[in-house]
Design a protein around this ligand. Sequence first.
Ligand code: 3H9
Length: 712
Amino acid sequence: MSALSVSMHDGVAVVTFDLPGEPVNKFSKAVIADFVAVFDQLERDTSVVGAVLISGKPDTFIAGADIDGFLEFTSAADATRESAEGHKLMDRLEHGRVPWVAAINGACLGGGLETSLACAYRIVADSPRTVLALPEVQLGLIPGAGGTQRLPRTVGLQAALDMILTGKNVRAKKALQSGLADEMVHPNILRETAIRRARELGTGKLPRVRPRKSSLLDGNPLGRAVVFRQARAMTLKKSRGHYPALLAALEAVAAGYHGSVADGFATEARLFGEMAFTPVSRQLVFLFYATTSLKKDTGVSGDAPPPKKVEKIGVLGTGFMGAGIAAVSAMQGVAVRFKDTQHAAVAKGLAAVRDVLNERLKKKQVTRQQFADQLSLVSGTVDYTGFSNVPLLIEAVFEDLAVKHAVLKEAEAVLPPGAIFATNTSTIPIHKIAAASRDASRVVGMHFFSPVHKMPLLEVIVTPQTAPDVVATTVAFGRKLGKTVIVVNDAPGFYVNRILAPYINEAGKLLDEGARIEVIDTAMLDYGFPVGPVTLLDEVGLDVAGKSGAIMAAAFGGRLQPSATLGKVLAAGRLGRKGKKGFYLYDETGKKGGVDASVYDVTPAGSSRIDVSAADIQERLSLAMVNEAVRCVEDGILRAPRDGDIGAVFGIGFPPFRGGPLRVVDTIGAAELVKRLEALNARFPGRFEPARLLRDMAARGTTFYPTKGKPV
Ligand code: 3H9
């Protein structure tokens, strides 16, 4: 069955792309053959003056090349050939007898955008679903069907580099402003408008080649050199050299300016091939599959009851976390009853909600009307009025078991039967909170990360008592808020804080020994984390870290004993950024400066510093985390290795190009990892004892993920 169907409209061929049996349109060898057949047909039929390419899917125009196909490449040459095939196809689209109009409704990504760039005219539907992007670098690749050549010619060099090097989504209005789209129309008239434009192009009323947007710099070799130099410096600084596709993309774009048109395309094809075979691309493609498969996970193993609709929630506690939860809920059209004990606290919380929503207004991501509508969804209260019809309540009150028990009992007295009580605790085991409930099956953990509106992960924590419909509803609600949701079993630290504990402790132990703060942080930035561990301590707050560290030590003993440094620095009254005094200096506005050298006076090592190599720091910190992640699989905290990797990447910022801590096990190999952990354990007895599962895997020669085909 062909992916393309053709209907004629008075000299204009409307070609509808609707890949049978698939949720999205994507390019495979078979689809390319379908396009070639249509091109041949239209070349022959001289009654056709123009053509429209439109999607038959409701939400996607074209999602790009079929990523599944990349798994079949056996060499860089295979991938280069695929790119060259793509070039040939786009060439026919651009230079064939018949001019094409792309009628774009929904996601227009990667090879999809490259297809529309080869069309003579692009019309975007004015809909929030319309997004255009070249996300290839997010897969460790570069655009391979002409994107590095045609995009700069269409929107100018700077705008093109911005899109290619970030993979970011461009919405319809922005596409029109930048020249990426020629016209924007209401979705209802997309098809008719496209047919009209195709006819105008075919009859010469509308020129096929029109002047394009370009900045002054584009036409000037010196200006271009400056743009390339700046882009390269910025890329190296941001990526610390870990993402080769970024430099490859720059090289491909530059080739289009320096040499002939053919040189540009040939360079793109060669580099697309090379990038498809980097370990980085393998890990990023894994993350694509892992996140996609998580989107379908109900959170319940086996048959899941359908999730309940949640259109109104209660939020207890109007502090920073509560306000974040209320704000992201309102953004999704959910009504929120927002409660605290004092009017002043409620007013402060509402102001914080307003600030979060206002950020989106300032960035023009919402209209003034949408902002006002969202804000009006959150109403404050100091009693439980308005809670009798909320199906889900999220508590974000003080981290104290007695306080949690008190609010749980109060809430249960007013909530409707069957309502879910979710706790946003980050440290208290859920079963301990549920112990005070009259129905523990309705209690679940929803561990949001701070700041809630920015952090993509939600950790849902279930106890053996939590009912399946509670899990399914909580997971579905988290996803509605736009979060990537992992479901983990109840245990101290859950998953994310559990693996963070040995990592942070190890940084502290290095400080105990006399290592320099900036050396530790830089080593882990170079490993690929977005912030160093000592900076993270300051950000999280030393009191919070101290409390969580004590809980982990109580649960897991000496292995997770916090450093002496943490205790001493905290005892000296340093709380980190929030107290403007921690390991780093902060000015009056809270802006971070360099290391606060006076902090060494209160550390066990005092004023004597030692030199530790970056490699040693990276080995100790990363393997402490990796080993703990394996223990979380072993202890049944995780339902799948996939969740452990996604949780680490989205919750902690574990370097995406490494795939996640369990992917690191597969990359290094369990046997080699056991050896390296044993070597560390000999130096630091008890802290690096390899997880039992790791030893088993080493003995059996197994991996967490399949070594061939789809990774998840
Ligand atoms: C490229 O184009 C290279 C070219 O430059 C050069 C070539 C020579 N391939 O996410 P969803 C599947 S690189 C294969 O749940 P949503 C997805 O796996 C490509 N499969 O839906 C899932 O499958 P399943 C650049 C794909 O509505 C199903 O479709 N493009 C692809 O939340 C539904 O997906 C990208 O990186 C694909 N390209 O989001 C775009 N796309 O049902 C990647 C989707 O078996 N895709 N699937 O689990 C996306 O960003 C989102 O999927 C999209 C839809 C926004 C399209």
